[in-house]
Design a protein around this ligand. Structure first.
Ligand SMILES: *[C@@H]1O[C@H](CO)[C@@H](O)[C@H](O)[C@H]1NC(C)=O
Ligand SMILES: *[C@@H]1O[C@H](CO)[C@@H](O)[C@H](O)[C@H]1NC(C)=O
Ligand SMILES: *[C@@H]1O[C@H](CO)[C@@H](O)[C@H](O)[C@H]1NC(C)=O
Ligand SMILES: *[C@@H]1O[C@H](CO)[C@@H](O)[C@H](O)[C@H]1NC(C)=O
Ligand SMILES: *[C@@H]1O[C@H](CO)[C@@H](O)[C@H](O)[C@H]1NC(C)=O
Ligand SMILES: *[C@@H]1O[C@H](CO)[C@@H](O)[C@H](O)[C@H]1NC(C)=O
Ligand SMILES: *[C@@H]1O[C@H](CO)[C@@H](O)[C@H](O)[C@H]1NC(C)=O
Ligand SMILES: *[C@@H]1O[C@H](CO)[C@@H](O)[C@H](O)[C@H]1NC(C)=O
Ligand SMILES: *[C@@H]1O[C@H](CO)[C@@H](O)[C@H](O)[C@H]1NC(C)=O
Ligand SMILES: *[C@@H]1O[C@H](CO)[C@@H](O)[C@H](O)[C@H]1NC(C)=O
Length: 678
């Protein structure tokens, strides 16, 4: 009995010693990392643009449609018996917006008739300034009333009278601002425009481009939804890859993303059939993406159309020239001097100053749609043709091919590739060393990545996980560490897709879930993991012993030369007997007593815990501790199974960064009531 007890104790001791990890971080060696290690990617999926980051509150504001998604009165309802119908008038508002809404006032019994809009499944109504406008054609003497009201009780939260400036045969724009007198108790609200039928001559009025914006991120006109933009800014991102994604390719050859139809006044933007089952307005267009870059200090990674549609059709070699010209025009529009033709067009829209553009990606996932023929055409002539033309005119631009060396493309340096792993967490664990073999000539962007399938073999035929989940996030941390260790050859890394409107979505695993109600914005487990890793920059990696991982622990170390701090990032996967791993990190050259801040993330609900927008919970438990280097200069701490940690000698650095960014929303929302500072 006594002997047995002794043996068990000895074994437990032995096990603990075996699992402990002693890491030494050298003070010299290593590599300078990319200056854009982590970023954002925008794809109009899940109403991420319209009804999402694009702050417009009115759904179907300009009756845009296409063969795929016919024009309709979706979102609109009549008030007091007004007759609503779609008309393609012989004098439309614009060439881009041929359809409008005709409102018949056949009864003068009611003092007020009109219409309301449901918004993108509700509207957040608060005591703040809303900016609106609408076009009317017809003759009306009197005032319009624009109001925000409850869809449940019809209670009016705020309204404003807008004097009619109508003229019989002209489209006349009416503008207004509106500040509700109270916050609505829920987001079940509508926006209405009403008017007195007695003032209408001719029996009806025509309306188009009916728009309403709440305050936007950094106060931009036609700007971004504030809480979502602030959640992005809190990731301290360095680049934005846009406009897609599949959205760039379009559903067929007739409907690619056309940059020149997304610029200028909203009335000149026709919108387009998206590839995710809805029409998009293109209110969030090329200039708005560049403003987004300006406002978050992001390097634009502009993806240009490469002649492949999502249905697999592609442009033949003999027909490619106009598309190359179009791409060069787009680049010139962004960065050309105002004296160039496209720079002049930009200046005419109010933007004389060229934007900086250093990264251009040729297409999106050209290895995928219509393969093998679509990919073969990319390898045979499409990539070369674009690459050659861009390098000739803009030798300083870093061209990125949309496949990567891992998709069987030999990418001619100095061009980079783009790798999109959508994986099981175990895949990220098993492929930790994947990037180690990249040479300086294999520069690779990770333009999209995520854990999407649970471990255990369900592949693309199976469903995606319903939400980002904890072990998925730990797998993503291992992956991010694997990119950062190779940060001299990995250009940048971004999760995708980032946004999911819970009222209409096509892809379930997204960094942030949201709906009209800003209180329901949910930062997923993957958001928390990404944020911890992305907000502690390493500008220069440092060699370590052991070099990168032991059986369960994966790590990277380096220096942040901007604030002269040392940083270590680690992710602990499955451990033996689910035991915590004792870790010791010694930075050569740091003395005893040196302070470092340890931030540790674990799940309160095990590997399958997730943040559920319906519950407003957060399973991610974050602990922050200040550690002191011990006798031998080492920081010691325990990492539980399935945990992610960052050790940073810039103590309080993260908090300082937070304070620098002025926020109206707190950085962590997760279902808790959003208090706004005023
Ligand atoms: C530095 O980069 C080289 C290849 O470019 C790689 O072999 C080496 O492991 C890297 N060192 C560190 C510490 O990241
Ligand atoms: C007014 O006319 C429209 C058709 O133009 C009809 O749909 C609507 O019901 C009518 N309303 C009333 C109150 O008669
Ligand atoms: C009206 O215009 C829309 C585009 O806004 C078009 O799709 C539709 O076919 C047109 N309808 C008619 C009857 O011309
Ligand atoms: C709200 O107004 C609409 C349209 O005027 C009407 O049909 C509805 O009955 C009203 N609802 C309530 C709860 O008053
Ligand atoms: C109010 O809106 C929410 C979505 O935000 C929806 O789930 C709910 O059913 C709505 N309530 C009513 C009574 O319509
Ligand atoms: C490309 O050429 C082939 C063969 O000539 C032809 O069948 C095909 O329709 C062409 N594709 C396009 C998009 O023009
Ligand atoms: C956009 O560019 C394409 C191709 O360069 C051209 O065919 C089209 O007319 C342009 N559209 C507008 C609205 O200028
Ligand atoms: C990396 O680049 C080198 C040099 O261009 C090339 O030979 C090699 O095939 C590339 N690696 C991969 C995995 O394609
Ligand atoms: C490091 O991780 C890889 C999986 O990515 C694994 O194959 C290898 O055995 C690990 N190394 C050690 C020392 O555990
Ligand atoms: C890690 O544990 C999970 C269960 O939590 C399991 O699904 C997965 O396959 C394990 N992975 C490895 C590499 O051991």
């Amino acid at each position: 009995m006594g002997l047995l007890k002794l043996t068990t104790t000895a074994l437990a001791f032995l096990a603990a010693t075996v699992n402990a990890v002693d890491i030494v971080v050298k003070s010299k060696g290593g590599n300078e990392t990319s200056s854009i290690p982590y970023g954002l990617m925008h794809e109009d999926i899940n109403n991420a643009g319209d009804g999402g980051l694009y702050a417009e509150l009115i759904r179907n504001r300009a009756f845009q449609g296409s063969k795929l998604y016919p024009v309709s009165l979706d979102g609109w309802k009549s008030i007091n018996g007004a007759g609503l119908s779609i008309k393609n008038l012989s004098t439309p508002l614009s060439k881009a917006l041929p359809s409008s809404m005709n409102v018949v006032v056949n009864s003068t019994k009611s003092k007020s008739v009109g219409f309301s809009n449901d918004g993108f499944w509700g509207m957040d109504v608060r005591m703040e300034k809303y900016t609106g406008s609408f076009y009317v054609r017809g003759s009306y003497k009197g005032a319009f009333t624009a109001s925000l009201q409850s869809a449940l009780t019809n209670e009016t939260f705020g309204s404003v009278k807008v004097d009619s400036k109508t003229k019989q045969n002209e489209w006349v724009q009416h503008k207004f601002t509106l500040v509700p007198k109270k916050d609505a108790p829920s987001s079940n609200n509508t926006f209405a425009i009403t008017f007195d039928p007695a003032g209408v001559s001719g029996g009806s009025l025509d309306f188009n481009l009916i728009s309403l914006f709440p305050p936007t991120y950094k106060g931009r006109e036609n700007g971004l939804r504030e809480d979502l933009a602030e959640a992005f800014a809190a990731l301290d991102p360095k680049f934005l890859r846009f406009p897609g994604g599949n959205a760039l390719e379009g559903p067929d050859l007739a409907n690619p993303w056309k940059w020149n139809e997304t610029i200028g006044p909203l009335k000149d933007r026709p919108g387009r059939p998206g590839v995710w089952n809805y029409q998009t307005s293109d209110g969030l267009g090329l200039v708005e993406y560049l403003h987004w870059c300006d406002d978050m200090d992001l390097e634009p990674i502009l993806a240009i159309y490469s002649g492949l549609a999502l249905d697999g059709a592609y442009i033949n070699e003999t027909d490619l020239a106009p598309w190359i010209e179009d791409a060069l025009n787009e680049i010139e529009f962004v960065r050309g001097a105002p004296s160039t033709p496209m720079g002049k067009l930009r200046a005419s829209l109010g933007y004389p100053k060229p934007w900086t553009l250093k990264y251009v990606e040729v297409g999106n996932e050209d290895w995928l749609a219509g393969r093998p023929a679509g990919f073969e055409s990319y390898l045979a002539y499409r990539f070369q043709a674009f690459n050659k033309a861009i390098k000739k005119k803009y030798p300083d631009i870093q061209v990125i091919a949309s496949p990567s060396v891992f998709d069987n493309m030999k990418i001619p340096a100095p061009a980079a590739g783009d790798y999109h792993p959508y994986r099981q967490p175990d895949n990220f664990y098993n492929e930790f060393h994947k990037f180690d073999s990249l040479t300086k000539d294999n520069l690779t962007l990770v333009g999209e990545f995520a854990s999407v399938h649970p471990n255990g073999g369900i592949d693309w035929s199976g469903n995606l996980h319903p939400f980002p989940w904890w072990i998925g996030g730990v797998g993503e941390a291992i992956f991010m560490i694997s990119t950062e260790r190779n940060g001299d050859r990995i250009l940048g890394t971004t999760y995708a897709p980032v946004l999911r409107n819970m009222n209409r979505w096509q892809w379930s695993v997204c960094m942030i879930e949201f709906e009209a109600d800003t209180k329901k914005t949910t930062l997923s487990t993957s958001y928390h993991v990404f944020q911890l890793i992305s907000t502690h920059a390493i500008t220069h990696t440092l060699p370590t012993t052991p070099s990168s991982n032991t059986s369960s622990l994966f790590f990277v170390a380096g220096k942040n030369e901007d604030d002269d701090s040392y940083v270590w990032k680690g992710a602990n996967y499955n451990t033996t007997n689910h035991e915590a791993t004792p870790v010791s990190v010694k930075f050569e050259g740091l003395r005893k007593g040196q302070k470092a801040e340890l931030t540790l993330l674990v799940s309160s609900q095990g590997p399958f815990g997730y943040n559920d927008p319906a519950k407003g919970n957060n399973v991610v438990v974050t602990t922050t501790k200040t550690l002191s280097a011990g006798e031998n200069g080492a920081f010691k701490f325990n990492m539980p199974e399935l945990s992610v940690a960052v050790l940073d000698t810039d103590v309080g650095g993260y908090g300082r960064k937070e304070k620098r960014v002025e926020r109206r929303y707190p950085p962590v929302l997760n279902g808790k009531a959003v208090e706004r500072k005023r």
